[in-house]
Design a protein around this ligand. Sequence first.
Ligand code: ARG
Length: 255
Amino acid sequence: MALIGSLLLVAGCGGNTASKDGGSDKAKVLKVATNADFAPFEFQGADGKEYQGFDMDLIRALGKEMGMQVKIDNISFDGLIPALQTGNIDVAISGMSINDDRKKKVAFSDPYYEAGLTIMVKADNNNIKSFKDLQGKKIAVQIGTTSATEAKKIPNAEVKELNSSADTFLELKAGNVDAVINDKPVNDYYKVKNSDDSVKRIGEKLTLENYGIAMNKDNTELVKNLNEALKKLKANGEYNKIYKKWFGTDAPAAT
Ligand code: ARG
């Protein structure tokens, strides 16, 4: 890291005319962080080597489009916004829903995916059929997420805040909670990918949430470049290709 930094510095001072679009071989590093336990958006492959998922493919494609070298770090979800604020990272891409509260702290790219929250319960649970049935129940959510915010609004619910969505599924299967709340695509992927018959999904969506890529508010240049790159990928079919790879269908027309 330090080495790359000083090489860049040398290149910058040496009058080495890097192309303006950043297409030089001394590509600038884009410091990305995610919380890589949120399949199919970000997760660590079985080999433990590379971060995979829709967000990971998207940010790599965006970096390429901007002529930047993408470096991805895995940190806790509730550490992402602080890391942007202190300037430790340039962007956070982590299935992060755009909302007013977060907009006070960070800047978001244009929306890149539409999600919302759903419930999952044990397959043999017959008394939870919608969000209103969660009153007084034990619910597992990931800490710092919109699921956590919403769960805390449910009267008399006992909310267990865990480090990852994977932990919420474990807690449900262990019978320690009555339900989990997660983003719909994450509940769906878990259920389908694992062909897990011990859990079932409740169809109702509590919220409509748009994912955005978060950046430091002062980094207006990056926000602009990233949005331009995103527009390009949407226009040239690259975004759709990534979408199809992870969700099996074409991206909805609005995105
Ligand atoms: N969309 C939800 C939120 O913004 C959950 C995101 C969790 N992401 C993750 N990589 N764990 O709060």
